[in-house]
Design a protein around this ligand. Sequence first.
Ligand code: 5GP
Ligand code: ZN
Length: 114
Amino acid sequence: MCGCIFCKMASREIPANILYEDDLCMVFEDINPQAPIHLLVIPKKHITSLNDAGDEDGALLGHLLGAVARAAKEKKIDGSGYRTVINTNAEAGQTVFHLHIHVLGGRRLGWPPG
Ligand code: 5GP
Ligand code: ZN
Protein backbone atom coordinates (compact mmCIF):
# COMPACT_ATOMS: atom_id res chain seq x y z
CA MET A 1 0.00 0.00 0.00
CA CYS A 2 1.25 3.45 -0.90
CA GLY A 3 1.35 5.69 2.18
CA CYS A 4 1.55 8.86 0.15
CA ILE A 5 -0.92 11.52 1.28
CA PHE A 6 -1.55 12.90 -2.23
CA CYS A 7 -2.13 9.38 -3.60
CA LYS A 8 -4.72 8.98 -0.83
CA MET A 9 -6.34 12.25 -1.89
CA ALA A 10 -6.38 11.10 -5.52
CA SER A 11 -8.14 7.87 -4.46
CA ARG A 12 -10.53 9.83 -2.18
CA GLU A 13 -9.26 8.04 0.96
CA ILE A 14 -8.48 11.50 2.37
CA PRO A 15 -10.91 14.35 1.67
CA ALA A 16 -9.94 17.50 -0.20
CA ASN A 17 -11.67 20.60 -1.53
CA ILE A 18 -11.48 19.56 -5.16
CA LEU A 19 -11.81 22.19 -7.86
CA TYR A 20 -11.19 19.99 -10.89
CA GLU A 21 -10.51 16.34 -11.60
CA ASP A 22 -10.04 14.14 -14.64
CA ASP A 23 -8.45 10.78 -15.39
CA LEU A 24 -4.93 12.13 -15.09
CA CYS A 25 -4.94 14.91 -12.54
CA MET A 26 -6.63 16.61 -9.63
CA VAL A 27 -6.75 20.25 -8.52
CA PHE A 28 -7.55 21.04 -4.89
CA GLU A 29 -7.10 23.77 -2.28
CA ASP A 30 -3.93 23.79 -0.20
CA ILE A 31 -4.71 23.08 3.47
CA ASN A 32 -2.32 25.87 4.58
CA PRO A 33 -2.83 28.64 2.00
CA GLN A 34 -0.01 31.13 1.44
CA ALA A 35 -2.17 33.47 -0.65
CA PRO A 36 -5.92 34.13 -1.04
CA ILE A 37 -5.89 31.54 -3.84
CA HIS A 38 -3.54 28.60 -3.24
CA LEU A 39 -4.25 25.49 -5.27
CA LEU A 40 -2.30 22.30 -5.80
CA VAL A 41 -2.29 20.46 -9.12
CA ILE A 42 -1.21 16.83 -8.89
CA PRO A 43 -0.93 13.92 -11.28
CA LYS A 44 -2.98 10.92 -10.11
CA LYS A 45 0.05 8.79 -10.95
CA HIS A 46 2.63 8.82 -8.16
CA ILE A 47 5.75 10.68 -9.23
CA THR A 48 7.99 11.49 -6.26
CA SER A 49 9.37 14.77 -7.59
CA LEU A 50 10.16 16.52 -10.85
CA ASN A 51 13.48 14.65 -10.75
CA ASP A 52 11.52 11.43 -11.18
CA ALA A 53 9.43 12.52 -14.18
CA GLY A 54 10.65 10.64 -17.23
CA ASP A 55 10.43 11.31 -20.94
CA GLU A 56 7.26 9.20 -20.94
CA ASP A 57 5.68 11.76 -18.59
CA GLY A 58 6.05 14.68 -20.99
CA ALA A 59 2.42 14.67 -22.09
CA LEU A 60 1.29 14.34 -18.46
CA LEU A 61 3.37 17.36 -17.42
CA GLY A 62 1.82 19.35 -20.24
CA HIS A 63 -1.61 18.22 -19.11
CA LEU A 64 -0.87 19.48 -15.57
CA LEU A 65 0.06 22.91 -16.93
CA GLY A 66 -3.20 22.95 -18.87
CA ALA A 67 -5.02 22.22 -15.60
CA VAL A 68 -3.14 25.12 -13.94
CA ALA A 69 -4.34 27.57 -16.59
CA ARG A 70 -7.87 26.22 -16.44
CA ALA A 71 -7.98 26.52 -12.61
CA ALA A 72 -6.57 30.07 -12.73
CA LYS A 73 -9.31 31.02 -15.15
CA GLU A 74 -11.96 29.40 -12.97
CA LYS A 75 -10.67 31.28 -9.90
CA LYS A 76 -10.53 34.51 -11.95
CA ILE A 77 -6.85 35.16 -11.31
CA ASP A 78 -5.79 34.63 -14.92
CA GLY A 79 -5.99 38.35 -15.64
CA SER A 80 -4.48 39.71 -12.40
CA GLY A 81 -1.77 37.09 -12.41
CA TYR A 82 -0.65 34.01 -10.54
CA ARG A 83 2.51 32.07 -9.80
CA THR A 84 3.19 28.38 -10.40
CA VAL A 85 5.78 26.71 -8.19
CA ILE A 86 7.25 23.22 -8.09
CA ASN A 87 9.43 22.70 -5.02
CA THR A 88 11.94 19.92 -5.55
CA ASN A 89 13.76 18.34 -2.60
CA ALA A 90 14.86 19.72 0.73
CA GLU A 91 16.47 23.08 -0.01
CA ALA A 92 13.51 24.14 -2.12
CA GLY A 93 11.12 23.20 0.69
CA GLN A 94 9.45 20.10 -0.72
CA THR A 95 7.55 18.46 2.12
CA VAL A 96 5.17 16.15 0.24
CA PHE A 97 7.01 13.75 -2.03
CA HIS A 98 4.38 13.42 -4.72
CA LEU A 99 4.89 15.86 -7.59
CA HIS A 100 2.63 18.89 -7.30
CA ILE A 101 2.35 22.35 -8.80
CA HIS A 102 1.42 25.19 -6.46
CA VAL A 103 -0.82 27.87 -7.99
CA LEU A 104 -0.72 31.09 -5.96
CA GLY A 105 -2.67 34.26 -6.61
CA GLY A 106 -5.12 36.83 -5.32
CA ARG A 107 -2.42 39.15 -3.97
CA ARG A 108 0.78 40.77 -5.16
CA LEU A 109 3.59 38.22 -4.87
CA GLY A 110 7.12 39.25 -4.01
CA TRP A 111 10.16 38.41 -6.09
CA PRO A 112 12.61 36.83 -5.57
CA PRO A 113 10.82 34.19 -3.49
CA GLY A 114 12.31 33.45 -0.05
P1 5GP B 1 5.60 21.37 -0.68
O1 5GP B 1 6.09 21.97 0.61
O2 5GP B 1 5.92 19.88 -0.74
O3 5GP B 1 6.02 22.10 -1.91
O4 5GP B 1 4.03 21.52 -0.66
C1 5GP B 1 3.18 20.65 0.01
C2 5GP B 1 1.88 21.40 0.22
O5 5GP B 1 0.90 20.45 0.57
C3 5GP B 1 1.95 22.42 1.35
O6 5GP B 1 1.63 23.71 0.84
C4 5GP B 1 0.92 21.92 2.35
O7 5GP B 1 0.19 22.95 2.97
C5 5GP B 1 0.03 21.03 1.50
N1 5GP B 1 -0.58 19.93 2.22
C6 5GP B 1 0.04 19.07 3.08
N2 5GP B 1 -0.83 18.18 3.56
C7 5GP B 1 -2.04 18.49 3.00
C8 5GP B 1 -3.34 17.92 3.12
O8 5GP B 1 -3.57 16.94 3.85
N3 5GP B 1 -4.34 18.49 2.39
C9 5GP B 1 -4.11 19.57 1.57
N4 5GP B 1 -5.16 20.05 0.91
N5 5GP B 1 -2.90 20.13 1.43
C10 5GP B 1 -1.87 19.59 2.14
ZN1 ZN C 1 1.73 9.72 -4.23
